[in-house]
Structures are given as structure tokens and as C-alpha cells.
Design a protein around this ligand. Structure first.
Ligand SMILES: *Cc1c(COP(=O)(O)O)cnc(C)c1O
Length: 225
């Protein structure tokens, strides 16, 4: 087994244990392998080991890798980084889902670019800065209603849920994950917002316990960056 395949196996096992511990079906949790800064060869290794969902943070890096790996026909790209409106066109060409819509202007641009591309509707998540941390991206809890409405106003976008980047200590992370769940309940519940994208290498167990459906894991699969 390659090092990447071993990392993947360990992370899958952690997800199964975390879900089972709280009575959830592990199949409800989709693993996104975060491959930012890692070479295409590492992605091929993970793909060979059965991984299909991959996360990238930078628009140009995503565009480049998508081209290099276009022979991997079942691969799904998730865009999980901060997205500037002028880079949106790179992303909508290849993305299966965008996790980081943080305001109406990005929603409008993604909507316009997706329509222009003539592709199927683009699933998106709204990134919420639940702790209101000034150095973090994401919509505030107060703006969430308007941002969701701005996504709904774009016929080429499909709102699928919420995403957050929590503070790094576990107690604050748990509070942030719980807060994201509460915000979902407040804005239509799982019917309107089925996906909660939260949890990374260090805190995925907490996120799964709090209802994560998409966990974004880099270091624990591919090693340090
Ligand atoms: C890098 C990154 C991750 C993965 O973090 P690890 O700690 O390496 O697992 C997850 N989500 C986002 C938004 C990231 O930028």
C-alpha cells in the first residue's frame, strides 16, 4: 500500500468510528481529500485507492490539475478556498461543488459564469464565519439569509448547504460546528440545506458528531504541506 493509500484508510476508519459512536450511518459522511499544493501524482494514488472527491483552494491550481488529471473521469473537484470574482470562471468549468460562497457579488458572478459555460447547475455552499473572527472569510450569521437568497436568485446555482472553518482549539471548534447546525435549522433545515461541510484532519471526529456530511481532510491523508 502506498503512503497515501494508508493515510486514506486511516481517515476512512476514523470517520466510520466517529459516525458509529454517535449512531450515524458512516455513509452519510463524504470524505473530501484536500490536495492543495500536492502534486497530481499524489491525487492519482488516492484515486487508485478509490477516493473520488478532492478539494482545492486556489483557482489556477485547480484549473491546472483538472487538465492534467482529465483522464480520471469519476473525479469530483470541490473548490474550498477563498474565491475572488475574477477567478470564478476557472472554477465553474471544472467544479463539482463550490463550498465558499460568502456574499451576493460572488453568487452573482458564479451564476453568470455557470450559465455562460452551459454546464449543469452548480451546487454551492455558503461559507459562514460563525465566530465572527475578523481574519476569517465567510458570511456573518446575520448576513446568511441575504446570501442564501442571492444564491436562490441564480437559476444556474443550487444551494446545497453551509460550510465553516472553525477556530483551531477543540472546544471552540465544537461550538462553531454546533452553531452551523443551528444556523441550518434556522434557514430551512436539512431539506433546503442537506450538506454541512466541516471538519479537517484534527477535528473531524467532533465535526462528524455535530452532523458533518462533508469532511475536508488534507494533512492526515497526504502528509504535511
Ligand atoms: C487546507 C484546508 C483543509 C484541510 O486541512 P488539513 O488540516 O490539512 O486537513 C480543509 N479545509 C480548508 C478550507 C482548507 O483550506
Amino acid at each position: 500500500m502506498t503512503v497515501v493509500a494508508q493515510g486514506l484508510a486511516r481517515v476512512r476508519d476514523r470517520i466510520v468510528r466517529a459516525a458509529t459512536a454517535v449512531g450515524r450511518d458512516p455513509a452519510e459522511v463524504r470524505l473530501i481529500a484536500v490536495s492543495k499544493t500536492k502534486p497530481a501524482s499524489a491525487i492519482r494514488e488516492a484515486y487508485a485507492a478509490g477516493q473520488r472527491d478532492f478539494g482545492e483552494n486556489y483557482a489556477q491550481e485547480l484549473a491546472q490539475k483538472a487538465e492534467e488529471l482529465s483522464d480520471l473521469t469519476e473525479l469530483r473537484w470541490h473548490f474550498i478556498g477563498h474565491l475572488q470574482t475574477n477567478k470564478a470562471r476557472f472554477v465553474v468549468r471544472v467544479a463539482h461543488m463550490v463550498h465558499t460562497v460568502d456574499g451576493p457579488s460572488l453568487a452573482r458572478e458564479l451564476g453568470k459564469r455557470t450559465a455562460k459555460e452551459g454546464r449543469e447547475p452548480l451546487p454551492v455552499l455558503v461559507e459562514v464565519n460563525v465566530g465572527g473572527e475578523p481574519q476569517k472569510h465567510g458570511a456573518t450569521a446575520m448576513d446568511l439569509k441575504d446570501v442564501l437568497a442571492s444564491v436562490d436568485a441564480e437559476p444556474s446555482l443550487l444551494v446545497r448547504g453551509l460550510m465553516t472553518m472553525p477556530p483551531s482549539d477543540f472546544e471552540s471548534a465544537r461550538r462553531a460546528f454546533e452553531a452551523l447546525g443551528s444556523l441550518r435549522a434556522l434557514h430551512g433545515g436539512p431539506k433546503r440545506l442537506p450538506e454541512l461541510s466541516m471538519g479537517m484532519s484534527d477535528d473531524l471526529e467532533i465535526a462528524v458528531a455535530c452532523g458533518a456530511t462533508l469532511v475536508r481532510v488534507g494533512t492526515a491523508i497526504f502528509g504535511g504541506r
